[in-house]
Design a protein around this ligand. Structure first.
Ligand code: MTE
Length: 316
């Protein structure tokens, strides 16, 4: 039984995440053997090398002066990436051997120019931007992260979606040999997520390839992950291999697992509590006092109009 276990890194989940939250998130993994096949990984598993990204342009996407960047070690050492285990330090410990080159991304569905693109060809035509965003997990903790990425809009336009493309569906790599938790958990792998097309082309939405000016560490979703900063972190699907333009609302992993608790939109909303805990405040990793959670995670000015006329308690 794993409940109450202290993670090897010494961070007890209960210190940061409400107990009900982490117990719940573990619940779906029960019966999957906590250590999964992770113990079988070679000793060299945690060999994430740090590598600077060239040509990164700083932008004026900043947060308030009273919010400082979350430390690199926390951003890269306190993660959810259930393919590598479900403790917060499992992804860092176990994702080191994920092979992120060669890597291809298949783009299909309602687009004029479908194709399977090498990750470097996908990235190359674009300017890499550094953007400092708030990052709010549904578990009521948050960070401030200097992501490096490309506006998703610029990538979307290259494939020329047709008028039937109402949503964009994303898919993570499915490879149980590299992602050991895919061998046993009760999640219906691969992890999938989606955005409405207007959310996807909103200027805030980023396809992330790095953080802190460096190549994205595997545990943060290398080589390509989504960041939509006004939504709870689980929308930020990692290690993407598929982007499909579809007409119908696509399935999403957490919604499939617990539809009453995790909606498709997942907009950060302090007024809509999770059925089992409040979303009114959050614990910023590295701080002691709790902060009030902001509507749309502080990005209301940029995104509120996307939801005009929608009941946000209904469309959570
Ligand atoms: N993507 C995949 N493929 N698998 C996951 O388990 N976890 C999600 C999201 N993306 C997850 C994922 C959740 S619950 C959160 S909060 C964020 O990744 C965490 O991202 P971070 O490691 O950059 O903080």
């Amino acid at each position: 039984m794993l409940i109450g276990k202290i993670a090897p890194g010494g961070v007890r989940n209960s210190e940061i995440t409400p107990r009900s939250v982490y117990l719940n998130r573990r619940h779906f993994m029960q019966g999957t053997a906590g250590a999964i096949a992770l113990a079988a990984l070679p000793a060299s598993a945690a060999t994430n090398e740090r590598k600077k990204l060239e040509g990164v342009v700083k932008t004026n996407f900043e947060v308030s002066p009273d919010e400082s960047l979350t430390k690199y070690d926390s951003v890269t050492g306190y993660n959810n990436f259930y393919e590598f285990g479900f403790d917060k330090d499992d992804p860092k410990a176990n994702a080191g051997n994920l092979r992120t080159r060669p890597w291809t991304v298949k783009v299909d569905g309602h687009v004029a120019k479908p194709g399977t693109v090498d990750i470097d060809d996908l990235i190359k035509p674009h300017r890499l931007e550094e953007r400092v965003y708030r990052h709010r997990c549904v578990e009521a903790w948050s960070m401030v992260v200097p992501w490096v990425g490309i506006p998703l809009k610029d990538i979307v336009e290259r494939f020329e979606p047709t008028s039937s493309a109402k949503y964009v569906a994303f898919q993570t790599l499915l490879d149980p040999e590299q992602m050991p938790a895919q061998k046993r958990s009760s999640i219906n792998w691969p992890y999938v997520e989606g955005l409405r097309i207007d959310e996807a082309v909103n200027p805030l939405t980023l396809m992330v390839v790095g953080l802190y000016g460096e190549v994205l560490p595997n545990q943060n979703g290398a080589p390509l992950r989504l960041v939509a900063p006004w939504k709870y972190g689980f929308k930020g699907i990692k290690s993407i291999v598929g982007i499909r333009f579809v007409e119908q609302l696509p399935p999403t992993t957490w919604n499939l697992l617990q539809p009453r608790e995790y909606g498709f939109y997942a907009n950060v909303n302090p007024k809509v509590d999770h059925p089992r805990w409040s979303q009114a405040t959050e614990r910023r990793i590295g701080e002691f006092r709790r902060r009030d959670t902001l509507m749309f995670n502080g990005y209301a000015e940029q995104v509120a109009s996307l939801y005009a006329g929608m009941d946000l308690a209904e469309n959570y």
